[in-house]
Ligand binder design. Structure first.
Ligand code: DGJ
Length: 727
């Protein structure tokens, strides 16, 4: 770590000494550029963000009239009519900043170049550095700021955005995600009109159950999946956030994103530097799907998703199969069943722990992470061994940031929970759940020890499902001092990050799933430490099409845990054929969430074949390029998407019927991402009955992409999966 930072310092010096600092600075990735204007002694401006340009084109950006003349990071206090990115109160009560550029440096890292613009206040010893990190191999530019107080007393940070981007006014549309428990990742698309649009989270723990901290701007009118210029943005923060777009009477929409400053004003002590989370920006002229591919590539290649390039195992999770009814015999039966269907991993969910207070339901025991020997006489080691005998791996569920009022942990450490000592406790799930105060280093050590103890006892434990099922209700910390209570929501997430960093330093290969009441932690704020996330507690295949469609806007398929569950479905009661359930789950990281002993022999046989098939297409789905074709939100009665390998030699195509009427006309499916000059052999997968007429046909990429294919989707819940292999 020390050597690494020394190296980057050396690089910073050498690069900055060679760096010719012009007023106009191009920050570029392989296909995109951000043009900054940074005159010494002047104000930093963002002039352009879009397709890649070179030095010779800078003047043309100005000449064509498309240049923006907006501040790159507007600060409050002097003639600031826009929404500020930064506002502070100095110790003397002055509420203004007046920044001028004092330096620009570049530092080369192996995978990226960081351009840093340093700005100083003209009166106060107060420094703001704006960073732009441009990746060499993926089209993402991360921006964040570093705010340093060199004054003698604390400065109050009232607003402290990560980044700011002016977007030219025109027919600009926004795509973003919203939802609720069991209905996460819903897509909404709307035209930007004058006024403020604010997307926010205040949960404290789960920051994607409702709105998402990622958005896309379609610059050429109504959003299109595969055409048009699109800007994408993702805030890399696990806590409360605020994204805002201010469209006023000027020529731009002003987009800003950062930690939600509401009730979180930060007292920056003398000599302290506040580093904001990163805001990842990208641009594509291949529509929304193009921006998604940029995010997916970045996540995988730069490990913004932990172990992003690794293929994920096919698992069975016990939750919907047995809920809290955990016992050794039952776990053994489920392990045997998933193994016989070709699965590779079994995960034991909630209900395995608690000695003084055994966990029978959701009303007790969180925090008491010792096995309940009445349920599991041979403990976790016994289960890890049993899994080995079945030829599979073993995983376990924990909810480490939480406790219950009924627990040994709470009895011992009542001060470890987030609470206000002079007010009654407001509890969550089960009427007794509480959130631990992760800003407290002792709590951080405790959380680390949960994972560490499990791993020490079970070195072969392969997977952890890390859950979090409550929001912050009692805003107050007995660890933070009275004057720093408003730091809680920042220090909680900094504390969480510290724990996760420790876990990753010691257990880099442990597979960890981020779960938070379902899809509450689909965020790049935690994904560098997690291999995947649970998309939703709703496993209904039809509803999943909508949720997974939305979630795929920002997150790659190998991050999205997608499980085949029972019929009738436990959340919606819908009865959907096993084929459709598999065809949906196979578009992401396939798993099962079912009691196999209740499945029919036919269903088991189908599952076995589907799992075998998924193993063949796994590299295409989990590492391929996603092209979304027909959106379920477009109400065409069908939905379709496909993945292609980078070299376009293989692809998998998925189509689903979403509604069922007599004489319904099914639209043509035009494919994308293939090589127009290659001929592809089509093989139907997950065949249930007679294969579709396309099976075995050889068709040129140009025909598949320009003319498309027509598919019979006759019955209710019809679906098709086609594998394409270039000849
Ligand atoms: C909420 C999760 O989303 C579920 O998958 C399951 O793990 C339960 N918690 C267990 O309590």
């Amino acid at each position: 770590m020390k050597i690494k930072s020394l190296l980057s310092v050396l690089l910073l010096f050498s690069a900055s000494s060679l760096f010719a600092w012009n007023n106009d600075i191009i920050v570029s990735t392989p296909n995109t550029s951000l043009l900054l204007n940074a005159p010494k002694g002047g104000e930093l401006k963002i002039v352009y963000f879009g397709e890649k340009i070179d030095n010779s084109e800078i003047s043309q950006i100005y000449d064509s009239g498309i240049a923006s003349h907006r501040a790159a990071y507007p600060v409050f206090g002097i003639d600031c009519q826009t929404e500020p990115a930064l506002s502070v109160t100095h110790p003397d009560g002055n509420m203004s900043l007046d920044l001028e550029i004092s330096d620009v440096t570049t530092a080369k890292e192996t995978n990226a170049t960081i351009t840093t613009v340093t700005m100083k206040d003209k009166v106060y010893p107060f420094i703001v550095k704006i960073n732009y990190k441009a990746y060499n191999n993926t089209d993402i530019i991360e921006t964040w700021s570093e705010i340093t107080n060199n004054e003698k007393k604390p400065v109050l940070l009232r607003k402290f955005a990560s980044g700011y981007l002016p977007i030219r006014k025109g027919d600009v549309w926004l795509s973003h995600l919203y939802g609720s428990w069991a209905d996460e990742g819903r897509l909404v698309q709307e035209e930007l009109t004058p006024g403020m649009k604010v997307i926010k989270n205040k949960d404290g723990v789960r920051n994607s159950t409702t709105d998402h901290g990622e958005i896309m701007f379609s610059l050429d009118g109504k959003p299109q999946e595969n055409s048009g210029r699109v800007i994408g943005a993702a805030l890399c923060w696990s806590g409360n956030y605020k994204l805002s777009i201010d469209t006023d009477n000027n020529r731009e929409h002003q987009f800003m994103a950062g930690i939600n400053e509401e009730n979180s004003e930060y007292k920056l002590t003398s000599k302290e530097t506040f580093v904001t989370p990163e805001l990842a920006l990208t641009f594509s002229n291949e529509g929304l799907s193009g921006v998604s591919r940029n995010f997916h590539r970045w996540a995988r290649v730069e490990n913004k998703l932990h172990n992003g390039k690794k293929l994920r195992d096919i698992l069975l999770n016990s939750w919907e199969g047995v809920y809290f009814d955990i016992n050794e015999k039952g776990m053994d039966q489920m392990m045997g069943d998933i193994s016989s269907m070709g699965g590779e991993l079994f995960v034991m969910d909630d209900g395995w722990f608690g000695v003084k207070y055994p966990r029978k339901d959701d009303r007790s025991s969180l925090g008491d992470w010792s096995v309940d020997k009445n349920k599991l006489p041979n403990g976790v080691p016994g289960l890890v061994e049993a899994a080995k005998k079945h030829g599979i791996k073993f995983g376990i569920w924990i909810e480490p940031e939480m406790t219950n009022t009924v627990s040994e942990l709470y009895e011992k450490h009542p001060d470890w929970v987030i609470h206000q000592s002079n007010r009654p406790l407001r509890t969550g799930r089960g009427g007794s759940q509480l959130v631990l105060d992760v800003s407290n280093p002792k709590v951080q050590d405790f959380i680390f020890s949960i994972v560490d103890n499990l791993m020490k006892e079970n070195p072969d434990l392969y997977y952890i499902k890390w859950d979090a099922n409550m929001s912050v209700a009692n805003w107050g910390s007995s660890y933070l001092t009275a004057d720093k209570q408003s730091h809680l929501m920042i220090d909680y997430h900094r504390g969480l990050r510290k724990v996760l960093e420790r876990i990753r330093a010691k257990y880099p290969d442990l597979v960890i799933q981020a779960c938070a009441s379902g899809g509450g932690r689909a965020t790049y704020g935690v994904l560098p430490y997690f291999d995947e996330f649970w998309v939703s507690d709703d496993t209904d295949a039809l509803q999943r099409i909508y949720m997974q469609w939305g979630t795929s806007y920002f997150f790659p398929s190998n991050a999205m845990a997608s499980h085949v569950s029972a019929a009738p479905n436990h959340q919606t009661g819908r009865i959907i054929p096993i084929k459709f359930r598999f065809d949906v789950a196979m578009t992401a990281r396939l798993g099962m969430e079912i009691q196999p002993k209740n499945m029919t022999d036919k269903e088991k046989e189908f599952s076995k074949k589907a799992i075998e098939g998924y193993k063949q297409i796994r590299p295409i789905v989990q590492q391929g390029e996603l092209y979304r074709l027909i959106s379920p939100y477009d109400k065409k009665g069908v939905s379709s998407l496909m993945y292609t390998t980078e070299d376009k030699s293989q692809a998998v195509f998925f189509a689903y019927k979403l509604e069922h009427f007599c004489n319904q006309s099914i639209p043509r499916f035009t494919m994308k991402g293939l090589n127009p000059d290659k001929t592809y052999m089509i093989t139907e997968m997950n065949v249930d009955g007679k294969p579709v007429f396309l099976d075995g046909k050889k068709i040129k990429g140009s025909i598949l992409m320009n003319q498309g294919v027509e598919l019979p989707l006759n019955s209710e819940y019809s679906s098709r999966v086609l594998k394409l292999t270039a000849l």
